[in-house]
Design a protein around this ligand. Structure first.
Ligand code: ACO
Length: 427
């Protein structure tokens, strides 16, 4: 094993260098503090590997993304979301029999306890569906108390995984129905995962509903593209919550909350709101590019930039192509697609964006497809959560199987030094 040397205060400390299967190298600093008194400082973990992982490989410079070794381009074109979910969670593509068992098992658990309707009824229609979703997932802990202990048995953990995969689409669609003030639609287990979700989203009790196969297929692709992305904000949250031996449901619920913010999964909603604002403001993309570049303006070009992709986001490439084809197939003419394309073109030629290596990310075009599929803007981040679920589960399971220690970063204290308490009347 190669070693790196750290020199400090006239001493040399040798630290082992760990090498991953794709030749990424990392200095292991586990013993640094005990031998030298030093810790490392890296706000936002921009250059810190929190774990080793065998699930997803990405190379941000080359724009590579693979789940368990399989390129995202191949999976998005040829696979199904549930097959990808199996791959991520259990480590390999399923045999035909295993795939059938897995999908059947999920179908059988899509229904949620009737009391969830009472919980849903407690939310006002104005509740954001992401808040409703994370609350419903937390509420699972009350209905399946045996799943609270992740050490109980493998069977109980696996049952929790199946339930989570099966029930999240039901919760997601019901969160939408709540926002609309409409009655919920029960799952239809004759349907595949995406068609069942679409039915629960869009059907009315008084009407027959059949999902458009173009819409189902587009959804399948979007979910695959969002299924995992290694140690991002929400996934790291899931792992760190799970590292305290909290249940799968509470860890996933925390992940949903972490995803919600506009710098992460909330970006897809923010992109559409931004594109609409530009359209309503006369379509002047230059004005908004200038705002994004202005240091005194907090405005950022939503859907642009990524912590790890510095050349292109491979998912964005696939989604841009899919957006064109879905809009064409559905005969949708969305003026904000033109604004998005114009904005992308202008940004890619602008020295500010070029120098900072800011490119469209997965969410720049995903909202445009969701709109074309009839999904309302406040549900975009929920769609992301549906897609990311198998990744969160796989990462949680890996963390548990590797027996990882509780996540507990250090800090460098910069506050007041010791001082004596002063009575309130003397202050
Ligand atoms: N518009 C304008 N300037 C930007 C943008 C943007 N979208 N993104 C980054 N920059 C600038 C920053 O101001 C910073 O400039 P400086 O070096 O002069 O201070 C520089 O580029 C680096 O940006 P950081 O915020 O330091 O980069 P970081 O890796 O921390 O952030 C992030 C990445 C959060 C994705 C950022 O690019 C961003 O806010 N993008 C817009 C939100 C978005 O689309 N998020 C979705 C990400 S994908 C996902 O989570 C699924």
């Amino acid at each position: 094993m190669s070693k790196a040397e750290i020199r400090f205060d006239g001493q040399v400390y040798e630290m082992p260098v760990f090498e991953g299967t794709e030749n990424e190298k990392a200095i292991e600093i586990k013993t640094l503090r005990s031998v030298s008194g030093l810790v490392t400082l890296d706000p936002g973990y921009k250059n810190t590997g929190a774990t080793t992982s065998a699930i997803t490989f990405l190379d941000g410079e080359k724009g590579i993304l693979r789940y368990r070794g399989y390129p995202i381009e191949q999976l998005a074109e040829k696979s199904t979301f549930l097959e990808v979910a199996y791959l991520l969670i259990y480590g390999d593509l399923p045999s035909k029999q295993k795939y059938e068992e897995f999908t059947q098992n999920i179908r059988e658990h899509t229904l949620v306890h009737e009391d969830f309707k009472t919980i849903l009824d407690g939310f006002p229609s104005a509740a954001h569906p992401m808040g409703v979703l994370s609350s419903m997932v937390t509420a699972l802990t009350a209905f399946y108390p045996e799943a609270l202990d992740p050490n109980r048995s493998w069977e109980s953990v696996d049952m929790g995984i199946i339930r989570m995969m099966a029930k999240l689409p039901t919760f997601a669609a019901w969160a939408h129905k709540n926002a609309k003030g409409h009655p919920v639609i029960y799952p239809d287990n004759r349907l595949d995962y995406c068609s069942n979700f679409l039915k629960m989203m869009f059907a009315l009790p008084s009407e027959d509903y059949e999902a458009d196969p173009v819409v189902s297929a587009a959804l399948e692709k979007l979910l695959i593209l969002h299924a995992d992305h290694e140690q991002n904000c929400s996934t790291s949250t899931v792992r760190i919550v799970g590292s305290s031996q909290a249940s799968l449901a509470s860890s996933i619920s925390a992940g949903i909350s972490a995803l919600w913010g506009p710098l992460h999964g909330g970006a897809n909603q923010a992109v559409i709101e931004m594109l609409e604002a530009i359209k309503n403001d006369g379509g002047d993309t230059k004005k908004y590019l200038n705002k994004a570049k202005d240091k005194d303006d907090t405005f950022r070009l939503m859907g642009f930039g990524h912590r790890v992709y510095k050349n292109f986001d491979p998912r964005a490439k696939i989604i841009k192509k899919a957006a064109d084809s879905v809009l064409l197939k559905l005969g949708v003419n969305d003026p904000i697609l033109e604004i998005a394309k114009g904005l992308e073109e202008a940004a890619l030629e602008d020295p500010y964006f070029v120098e900072k290596k800011l490119y469209p990310n997965v969410d720049f075009y995903s909202g445009i497809i969701y709109r074309a599929l009839g999904i309302p803007t406040n549900m975009f981040t929920v769609m992301f959560a549906l897609g990311r679920l198998p990744g969160w589960i796989a990462q949680w399971k890996e963390m548990r199987e590797n027996n990882e220690p509780i996540g507990r970063p250090r800090q460098i204290y910069t506050g007041a030094n010791e001082r004596d308490y002063v009575d309130v009347n003397a202050r």
